[in-house]
Design a protein around this ligand. Structure first.
Ligand SMILES: [Fe+2]
Ligand SMILES: [Fe+2]
Length: 137
């Protein structure tokens, strides 16, 4: 999954954070392709868990500061995703309590859940916010 200009929401802070998410997902894809993902997936999930919470709260702060009218609906999507992500975390805990290697299945599942959601969310929801924050002419 590649970050391209058409994914830009027109706000540098948000774009940089999205790029960081893409980098982490791409690390996971590489690990899957090189059959080492079961050793990496625990770290990836722990990283995403923290980074996603950080990123969502940054966007939510921007929305509140600017009295964004779509705040509630946007935040609800973030909450939905956090719930989905809790399931992945639960799978990881079931596997190993975070100590032993994860699994190929969990790696592929994580990749799918995050990629599908993020592309859709950026294209439809974050872009609207970006446009509100800095209208393009
Ligand atoms: Fe968002
Ligand atoms: Fe975002």
């Amino acid at each position: 999954m590649e970050w391209t200009e058409d994914l830009s929401v027109g706000n540098e802070v948000i774009d940089e954070q999205h790029k960081e998410l893409f980098r982490k997902i791409n690390d996971l894809v590489l690990a899957i392709n090189h059959s080492v993902c079961k050793y990496k997936i625990g770290d990836v999930i722990r990283f995403l868990d923290e980074y996603i919470v950080f990123h969502f709260s940054e966007e939510e702060k921007m929305m509140q500061k600017s009295s964004y009218p779509g705040y509630k609906a946007h935040k609800a999507q973030h909450e939905d995703f956090k719930r989905n992500f809790e399931e992945l975390k639960g799978e990881l805990v079931k596997l190993d309590g975070g100590k032993k290697p994860g699994s190929y299945d969990l790696s592929v599942q994580t990749n799918q859940v995050v990629v599908d959601w993020i592309l859709e969310h950026i294209a439809k929801v974050d872009k609207k916010l970006g446009e509100f924050l800095s209208p393009s002419s």
